[in-house]
Design a protein around this ligand. Structure first.
Ligand SMILES: [Zn+2]
Length: 232
């Protein structure tokens, strides 16, 4: 069951006018303001749920780097955004950003090309962190603790969005979708790989493990996309 408070918080965040300035393509993953509006509509229509779970389990034991934990999650198989409590995102800019991050994964589910649409985890998370960096730059709220680790993914994402804004006149002069090239995203992807553990490592059982190619699976949120969009 969706939590109405969480759902309305999320919808409000996604419908802020500045979100419409966002438009980029990271190696085939397309993130635009219009697509966030589709996620908001999917939440409003009950196609995507916003749920509370007090402790959110990672998808696998080795999913994250040591000493990191999960505060929120988008679960494609359940079409659900999971948050730790009902007032999440109401009072904190950093929680708003996290909601925006999860909504970016929801975009990829809403726009899944099939029932088994696969994306490379590194690129998927890089796209979501880059979305957060856009949020920091475009939202009037203070950035809070974003990018507090030098050379972390957030720091790299912020530097990248600053370059994009410089080139496009803060997305005002050039409103076209910004197509990112692999050399531009390399540092961000490398930093994401470290934080999300998309690396080679020795697992808890002492086995050498290669998570560099981990894929996310999106199965879509509606059976008939055009019926849903056109309201029948
Ligand atoms: Zn994520």
């Amino acid at each position: 069951m969706t939590n109405e408070t969480l759902a309305s918080t999320t919808i409000r965040i996604l419908r802020q006018p500045f979100v419409m300035k966002i438009g980029y393509d990271l190696h085939g993953l397309t993130v635009t303001g219009m697509r966030y509006l589709m996620v908001a509509k999917a939440i409003e229509d009950g196609k995507i749920e916003c749920r509370i779970e007090s402790s959110i389990k990672p998808k696998s034991d080795d999913e994250l780097a040591p000493d990191t934990s999960i505060v929120a999650q988008y679960r494609a198989s359940e079409n659900a955004m999971i948050f730790p409590r009902e007032n999440y995102g109401l009072f904190s800019g950093s929680e708003e950003r996290t909601i925006f991050h999860e909504a970016t994964h929801a975009i990829f589910d809403v726009f899944a090309k099939s029932l088994d649409d696969r994306t490379l985890g590194i690129e998927d998370e890089a796209a979501a962190v880059l979305a957060e960096a856009h949020y920091v730059r475009l939202s009037p709220k203070p950035a809070g603790n974003f990018a507090m680790w030098i050379d972390g993914p957030q720091d790299k994402a912020l530097k990248l969005v600053d370059k994009m804004m410089a080139e496009t006149g803060d997305f005002e002069r050039n409103k076209r979708t910004y197509f990112l090239q692999p050399p531009q995203t390399k540092e961000l992807r490398d930093a994401v790989a470290q934080d999300w553990h998309f690396v080679k490592f020795i697992d808890a059982q002492g086995r050498p493990t290669d998570s560099t190619g981990v894929q996310y699976i999106y199965d879509g949120v509606v059976k008939c996309y055009s019926c849903w969009v056109h309201g029948h």
